[in-house]
Write a protein of this length. Structure first.
Length: 228
């Protein structure tokens, strides 16, 4: 199991294949995605790597985090995330993961926070059909209908689909295809839509259901910190 990456959503565009067909893609950018720490079975009870991406001002970083970044000899990061890996896929602290970590044609799982829609009704939030247009229904055509039961049990069940805050939730979209990568510019083009607004941080990892292809670099597609 390989590590994923932390990328920033740039936006959507289209590319054309050899047959002239257009493919809608989401552009993800890797910005100084470095390994900040390792988690080992002996010390932590599990195996993982902690990645950091982006850059943050020192004055906006707590003293504790400054110490962690100093121990790893990396600049303060704007976003941190952990990725579980197998023991043979641990990456050296300070190494930078590049876009060639993924190969064209492979499937990935993408995790992000969806755009917030504010307070929404049951029709928009849960795709309800609404009440009838006539036959006694007035001023409540878009209501969600009955809320609960009679005296027994006399309560509204947890999870009842009602109006409320819509969006701004953590969502994982599985099995998106990597169309192409650009290591020089640090870009990953993923087919289809990705949850999150422009500029949002996105977690990209090998698809759980299909795994990493044989041609994918192991333990990761990295550029050593000393080579920068």
């Amino acid at each position: 199991m390989r590590s994923g990456v932390i990328a920033q959503k740039v936006g959507m565009t289209r590319v054309y294949n050899d047959a002239g067909e257009h493919i809608p893609v989401t552009v993800l950018r890797l910005e100084n995605c470095q390994v900040v720490a390792q988690r080992t079975e002996d010390k932590n009870g599990y195996t993982a790597v902690q990645l950091g991406a982006g850059s943050s001002k020192v004055k906006n970083t707590s003293k504790a985090m400054r110490g962690n970044f100093a121990a790893a000899s990396v600049e303060p990061k704007a976003k941190l995330a952990e990725f579980r890996v197998s023991a043979d896929n641990l990456i050296e602290v300070g190494s930078e993961i590049v876009a060639s970590h993924f190969v064209a044609g492979q499937l990935v799982d993408v995790t992000g926070t969806t755009q917030g829609k504010g307070f929404a009704g049951a029709i928009k939030r849960h795709n309800f059909g609404g009440l009838r247009a006539t036959h006694g229904v007035s001023v409540s055509h878009r209501s969600h209908g009955s809320t609960g039961n009679n005296q027994d049990p006399g309560k509204v069940w947890k999870g009842k689909r009602m109006a409320g805050h819509m969006g701004q939730t953590r969502v994982t979209t599985q099995n998106l295809e990597v169309v192409s990568t650009d290591e020089a510019r640090g870009l990953i083009l993923v087919k289809g839509a990705v949850p999150g607004s422009k500029g949002a941080w996105i977690l990209v990892r090998d698809a759980v259901k299909s795994g990493a292809p044989e041609t994918a670099p192991r333990p990761a597609g990295v550029r050593a910190a000393e080579a920068k």
